[in-house]
Ligand binder design. Sequence first.
Ligand SMILES: Cc1ncc(COP(=O)(O)O)c(C=O)c1O
Length: 364
Amino acid sequence: MKKIKLFDPIIGVDEKRSITKVLESKFWASGSGSGNVFKFEEKFRKYLDANTCVAVNSGTAALNLSLSLIDIKNCEVILPSLSFVSTANAIILNGGKPVFVDVDPRTLNIDPEKIENSISTRTKIILPVHFGGLPCNLEKIQSLSKKYNLKIVEDAAHAAGSHYKNKKIGTHGFAVCFSFHPIKNLAMPTGGLIGINNKKHKKIRRLLTTRRWCGITDRNKTDYNVKEIGNNYYMNEFSAVIGLTQLKELDKRNNIRKKIAKRYFQEIKSEAKMQFDKDCSYHFYWILVKNRNKFRKKISEIGIETGTHYRPIHTFDFYKSKINLKITENIGKSVVTIPCHPNLKENDISKIIKSINSLNYNLV
Ligand SMILES: Cc1ncc(COP(=O)(O)O)c(C=O)c1O
């Protein structure tokens, strides 16, 4: 039996053709980001309508680098615990302290009503995660950012192509971080990107491009200088060229995801499921189940792969704290992510819905 995969990137003819071209060019890497990397940054900047975009080699690198723009040493950053661990690691790596806030059980995004209580004199940033691609309530977050003079850095790893109030996700805060990991809506071998919305974007771009390649600056032919520390975070040419094709197809493929999500929303017989929102990119679709291990085992036997996004970050040994995040902890035990990608056939979607409904004694 062929399993229905949870994630499954589309490989088109164009991707194959462009990869061969890069392979034969022998120009595979460019720390300074010329060639396809620069083209991708420009196309993505136009797509977002951001001031500048800087491509890097992962969503993790995007988070690490974008937080380096704001001095958060001994300062606090507010974020949800229901995310991939990179979101919090980036804060620690930049000398800050993560302050976790509970999620809204209807969206699984950070609960905007609970943020204000966690703001202190040491808070510098609010870092929302658009969970599964569903846009957070940015209006509320923006008003808190104004009131307390905080920067907004968005984790949009799931949200390439999502919208909030008719504008692309990635244009509402100071910085936005995307991941182009192979399972993401825009898939590359590895990749990420920082979008910047700030009038000092030229200076910020210079900082970011220097820091993404080992601090190298003032390049003049083979000569260069190093004035500050940097990392090896640059995007390779294979990723960039695949990204160029994937970007052309992103809206079309996201629309397919939306159609699938609409069917799930209408046909899965449970209240405990992801809502339908035409502005969501549906990186995945989630449901809540009572006996998760049993449920996942049964559905796997039927040939359907599922996931558990995420074990809450504050429950990992490194992050363990006495903080009470009741909703996040309950979600962490009951969430199941189901396939929602454009490679699914109508038969697959029907099978997923039918299987979930037939196991309905386990739905929350
Ligand atoms: C919410 C979130 N943030 C950050 C990342 C990190 O992205 P990458 O795997 O490209 O480093 C991921 C990737 O899984 C993610 O899901």
